[in-house]
Design a binder for this molecule. Structure first.
Ligand code: ASP
Length: 360
């Protein structure tokens, strides 16, 4: 069964055809209705383990985030601004595997990845393996807007973060006891060496209340965050931010900061943010593949997302999902896991927040 849903704003949209040759900026000719879709990761999200309190906490967080992004769009802000605003809130929340709530790698370190892409111009910026940046999505945007590059990694990205005046945090800021215990459990179960607690981490850490809910993500902790948005100018944008996969080999980079894999946006097709086992999303260029089906085969956004997530990835156990938005107002999600934290809102509509696969 496809775990998916779509909303089409339909005739009310005043989107006009975009013009321009490859490489040129594409401008909408008239105002469109805005729309925004948010995800907080896909995985083995279980209703029983999440429990009523966890369920409530995630739903409230997602609702707040989608509303904050929508407020930017409603006052005429750009889709890029909406994406960045919403992702910064998700990066501040310990509930999600991005920045503050990032998972640990096998050495007990957090390594943060993020990307942002502007569908109007197809400019993109990304960072991988950064250590101290509080808002990796803003650093990705700075790479896009202030450097001639697309992707900066590791110490170079950290150095640029300082130079660009990005807010920095000590490693202890990114330490959550629940994530730590989760890493220890995973490594122990797999018979792998357990690293010592990171410097600066509290020695007698109190397990945060979010621990039991994070456990609900099961062994597959995909709490990556992502946002896609359409603004009144008819421009789409996408952004993704993550701590990657728990217990990963240090230096491993997933799909999230790779343009075309976990993140992609073009006014010619759509904007996509993915979450799942990054290696599959990289090898199948998931985000770009969804948009290519829209662009070259005339698929609806829902058909395109389902084709990639349900028909291509699911049979090969490429677990995960995508959210997507198109310049004509289509909003979609599709995932092949038991759950995906997700929310959406279109101008004139109601906030929708869903977690499990038996919801719309
Ligand atoms: N896709 C991310 C990665 O592989 C993980 C996730 O979505 O949770 O790094």
């Amino acid at each position: 069964m496809g775990k998916s849903a779509a909303v089409i704003l339909g005739a009310a949209l005043a989107w006009a055809a975009v013009t321009g040759a490859a490489g040129q900026s594409m401008q909408a000719k008239s105002a469109a209705h805005w729309a925004i879709v948010v995800h907080g990761g896909a995985g083995d999200i279980d209703r029983a383990r999440l429990g009523p309190e966890g369920d409530k906490a995630y739903r409230e967080a997602l609702a707040k985030v989608v509303q904050a992004g929508a407020a930017v769009l409603d006052r005429g802000g750009s889709s890029l601004d909406a994406v960045e605003t919403a992702i910064r809130m998700l990066e501040d929340s310990p509930l999600f595997n991005a920045s503050r709530g990032a998972v640990f790698d096998a050495d007990g370190k957090t390594e943060l990845d993020a990307a942002i892409m502007d569908g109007a111009t197809q400019r993109a910026g990304a960072v991988a393996g950064v250590a101290h940046t509080r808002y990796p999505i803003s650093l990705a945007r700075a790479v896009m807007e202030k450097t001639p590059y697309v992707l900066l990694v590791g110490p170079g990205a950290d150095a640029y973060s300082l130079q660009a005046g990005m807010e920095q945090e000590p490693l202890s800021y990114f330490f959550t006891e629940s994530r730590w215990q989760s890493l220890v459990d995973q490594l122990r179960n797999q018979g792998r060496p357990i690293p010592s607690r990171p410097a600066g981490a509290p020695s007698h850490g109190v397990i945060e209340p979010v621990a039991q809910w994070q456990e609900a993500e099961g062994d597959r902790r995909y709490g990556t965050v992502g946002v896609v948005a359409l603004d009144r100018m008819g421009n789409v944008a996408a952004g993704t931010s993550t701590g990657g996969m728990q217990g990963k080999m240090p230096g491993r980079v997933g799909d999230s900061p790779l343009i075309g894999a976990g993140t992609y946006a073009s006014n010619r097709s759509c904007a996509v943010s993915g979450t799942g086992v990054g290696e599959f999303f990289i090898r199948y260029t998931v985000a770009r593949d969804v948009c290519a089906l829209v662009q070259y085969k005339g698929y609806t956004l829902q058909q395109a997302a389902d084709e990639v997530i349900q028909n291509k990835l699911k049979p090969i156990h490429g677990d995960g999902g995508v959210i997507a938005i198109a310049p004509d107002g289509q909003m979609t999600w599709s995932f092949n896991t038991p759950g995906m934290f997700r929310a959406r809102l279109a101008e004139g509509g109601k906030v929708e927040v869903h977690i499990y696969s038996d919801e719309p």
